[in-house]
Design a protein around this ligand. Structure first.
Ligand SMILES: *Cc1c(COP(=O)(O)O)cnc(C)c1O
Length: 359
């Protein structure tokens, strides 16, 4: 056997691994998984039926062009088909966007802390991450991000609401920022939690993209629509960008099950958005209870809350797990807690209260 191993690209060294939210261990004390921003509701019966029927044909490849879903999205958002691209979750689409724009020597700007996939996909492309710290209030510092642009900048992610802080970027500041970004730099508005926003000052990325050829909007079926396990998301962008996404897509990446489920979900939107409304009410209840306990909670417009715990982060996560809920710690920084079932949220609130009294 040879002593050498295959040569791998040097860029892959030191890539942080994506940490999935811990599962709620079967038989263990943990009963509720509040660690991955998933939708706690089970699939709608109608969507389930559609998926079950589609499963009868999984010996066949899916429709590579996602024709049915593309048509549905085109109508739903009032955008031409040539401005749409689907992918294996919006993370898959985000990776394609970096691949299509950025290579060695190029820079990708994003806020930090933000979505943990950004540094990974940037490094895989061989590009350089430029991380711009959030403000002390855990909000995007768009002025600093604009100032970080150089002639090597190819792509800027703006995650709103931001994962993991839940904070948003408002219309006036985003427009001012977009006015400052050169037209040859792609701005990706990652709106994975768009449906959970209730603040009227938060712009709809789909409205902003229309007048701005360098803006791309990312949306997903994983959160509000409850299809996280089926892997389907999409981008809305002007023609050259959307075409580049179609070029960089893994052939047949979006399964037929996912395509059919997404179509069925768009058709059941009223019911699904009703569930989102209930989660938004739960969010208000959880935030209010935490503040009453004395916690500082940034204003969240997503399906999760952020507690900046610093050095106490890991202990807090352990205390929650002991109590029966698994949450997402970012050691040394804070915890992100998904809004889940009422009972799970109650257990979390109790654990948070007990922890505060202990310190
Ligand atoms: C969950 C999430 C996504 C979407 O992930 P999928 O790949 O569509 O499941 C994208 N961006 C952010 C910021 C997220 O939190």
């Amino acid at each position: 056997m040879s002593e050498t191993s295959p040569k791998l690209r040097a860029e892959l060294e030191g890539i942080p691994t994506y940490k999935p939210g811990k599962p709620a261990a079967a038989g263990g004390p943990v009963a509720y998984k509040l660690s991955s921003n998933e939708n706690p509701y089970p699939p709608l019966p109608g969507v389930m039926e559609t998926v079950t029927a589609a499963a009868c044909n999984f010996n066949r490849y899916p429709d590579m062009a996602c024709t049915g879903l593309m048509n549905e999205l085109s109508e739903r958002f009032g955008v031409p088909l040539s401005h749409l691209a689907t992918g294996t979750g919006s993370v898959g689409v985000a990776q394609q966007l970096v691949q299509a724009t950025s290579g060695p020597g190029d820079e990708v700007i994003y806020a930090w802390r933000s979505f943990e996939a950004y540094p990974i996909i940037t490094q895989i492309s061989g590009a350089t991450s430029v991380q711009v710290p959030l403000t002390p209030g855990d909000v995007h510092d768009l002025d600093a991000m604009a100032e970080a642009i150089t002639d090597r900048t190819r792509l800027i992610f703006v995650c709103t609401p931001n994962n993991p802080t839940g904070t948003v970027v408002k219309r006036a500041e985003l427009e001012r920022f977009l006015d400052r970004v050169p037209g040859d730099v792609l701005v990706v508005l990652d709106e994975a939690y768009r449906e959970f926003i209730r603040d009227p000052e938060v712009p709809d990325g789909v409205e902003l993209y229309r007048e701005r050829p360098n803006v791309c909007v990312l949306r997903t079926f994983s959160k509000a629509y409850g299809l996280a396990g089926l892997r389907v998301g999409f981008a809305i962008a002007h023609e050259p960008v959307a075409a580049a996404l179609r070029k960089t897509a893994v052939p047949f990446g979006v399964s037929q099950l996912a395509q059919e489920a997404a179509i069925a979900s768009l058709r059941a939107e009223d019911e699904l958005l009703g569930r989102v409304g209930s989660l938004v009410c739960e969010r208000a209840r959880v935030v209010e209870a935490l503040r009453a306990q004395g916690w500082t909670v940034p204003e969240t417009q997503a399906n999760f809350v952020w507690l900046r715990l610093g050095e106490r982060t890991v202990d807090f996560a352990a205390a929650c797990e002991q109590a029966g809920v698994v949450i997402r710690p970012f050691p040394g920084e804070g915890v992100r807690v998904t809004i889940g079932e009422t009972e799970g949220n109650d257990i979390f609130l109790k654990a948070a209260e007990a922890f505060r009294k202990d310190v």
